[in-house]
Design a protein around this ligand. Structure first.
Ligand code: HEM
Length: 154
C-alpha cells in the first residue's frame, strides 16, 4: 500500500518535471536562441546539459515507478486485454520516443554549439524538441485517460 502511494506520487512528480522542462525548452529557450537573444554559447551549453540530466533521471524514475505500478495493478493478461492496460503499453512506447527525442535533440544542439555557432544549432534542434513536446503532452493525455478510467465509459 505505502509502496503504491510512493510509486504513484513519484511517478506524477517526475512526469510533471520532465514534460514541463521539455515544453519550456521548445517553446521559450530554443526560439530565443534561434532569434539571437544569446551572445555566447555558455548559457545554452549549460541549459542543454541540465535538460539532459533532468531527462535521464526522469526517464529512469518513470520506468522504475511505472514498472512497479504495472506489476502490482496488472497481470500479463490484463495488460493486453483491458483498455487501461493497453494505454499503459502506449505510455511505455511514448516514454521510449520521448527519451530518444530529447537525447537526439540535445546531441544535435550541443554539436552545433561546440562549433561556436549559436542560432543555427537552435534552428536545427527546434523541430526535434517540438516533436518531443507533442509526445510529452500525448503522455499526459494517455495518463488522463487511464486516471479517469475511460474504458468504463464505453
Ligand atoms: C516505462 C515507462 C512508464 C511506465 C511503465 C508507466 C506505467 C504507468 C502505470 C502502470 C500507471 C498507473 C496505471 C493505472 O492506474 O491503472 C501510470 C500512470 C501515470 N503515468 Fe506512467 N508509465 C511510464 C511512463 C510515463 C511517462 C513518461 C509519463 C509522463 C511524462 C507518465 C505519466 C503518468 C501519469 C501522469 C500517470 C497517472 C498517475 C495517477 O493517476 O496517479 N508515465 N503509468
Amino acid at each position: 500500500m505505502v509502496d503504491t502511494v510512493v510509486a504513484r506520487t513519484t511517478h506524477l512528480v517526475f512526469a510533471s518535471i520532465w514534460a514541463g522542462s521539455v515544453f519550456y525548452v521548445a517553446l521559450v529557450i530554443l526560439p530565443l536562441a534561434r532569434d539571437g537573444a544569446f551572445n555566447t554559447t555558455k548559457p545554452l551549453e549549460s541549459i542543454s546539459g541540465q535538460l539532459t540530466t533532468i531527462s535521464r533521471v526522469s526517464a529512469l524514475a518513470l520506468l522504475l515507478t511505472g514498472g512497479h505500478m504495472a506489476g502490482t495493478i496488472y497481470t500479463s493478461e490484463t495488460l493486453f486485454s483491458t483498455l487501461n492496460g493497453q494505454l499503459v503499453l502506449a505510455m511505455v512506447a511514448l516514454w521510449l520516443a520521448l527519451t530518444a527525442l530529447v537525447e537526439i535533440g540535445a546531441k544535435r544542439f550541443e554539436s552545433g554549439l561546440n562549433g561556436k555557432k549559436l542560432r543555427e544549432p537552435a534552428h536545427r534542434a527546434l523541430p526535434i524538441f517540438q516533436a518531443a513536446t507533442v509526445v510529452a503532452i500525448g503522455l499526459l493525455v494517455v495518463a488522463g485517460l487511464i486516471t479517469t478510467n475511460v474504458g468504463r465509459l464505453f
